[in-house]
Design a protein around this ligand. Structure first.
Ligand SMILES: [Zn+2]
Length: 144
């Protein structure tokens, strides 16, 4: 199936006019084609806006499957935790060794610590914002 066909059939699927046997090949194309997937999602959103009605069962299944991609979220979370954890440990270690160093005076230690703490706070709030964004994923409300 090429993209031209897929786009026409997406519209038909959303209008519930697509033959049963054509649905699976279309879904295969949509799942492997970024452009058609986006187009399909846009069509679903548009339909939802226009009608306020849920999509067909087929659409819902497809969205659930996409949402539950094996381990996608799980590994995402682990990666984020490892990323944050390793940076925090590194920052703590650096600060600790810096503080232990007898060559630096107290004023420099305080200034460096304050600036390091501010960087860490900005870093953490950015990560939290990022996590909130991913929770309100733009595809999520499409089927609700
Ligand atoms: Zn395509």
């Amino acid at each position: 199936m090429n993209c031209e066909d897929a786009k026409i059939k997406c519209q038909m699927l959303i209008d519930d006019e697509l033959e049963e046997e054509e649905i699976a090949p279309l879904m295969n194309h949509i799942e492997s084609c970024y452009n058609c997937r986006n187009e399909y999602i846009e069509l679903l959103k548009l339909r939802k806006k226009l009608t306020g009605i849920k999509g067909s069962a087929q659409n819902e299944e497809w969205f659930n499957a996409l949402e539950k991609r094996p381990g996608r979220r799980f590994f995402n979370r682990i990666a984020i935790v490892l990323f944050i954890g390793s940076w925090l440990l590194l920052a703590a270690y650096t600060l600790f060794t810096f503080f232990k160093s007898p060559d630096e005076n107290l004023f420099v230690k305080i200034v460096v610590t304050a600036s390091a703490v501010s960087v860490i706070i900005i870093f953490i709030t950015t990560i939290i914002d990022r996590l909130r964004e991913s929770k309100t994923d733009k595809y999520k409300d499409v089927m609700k």
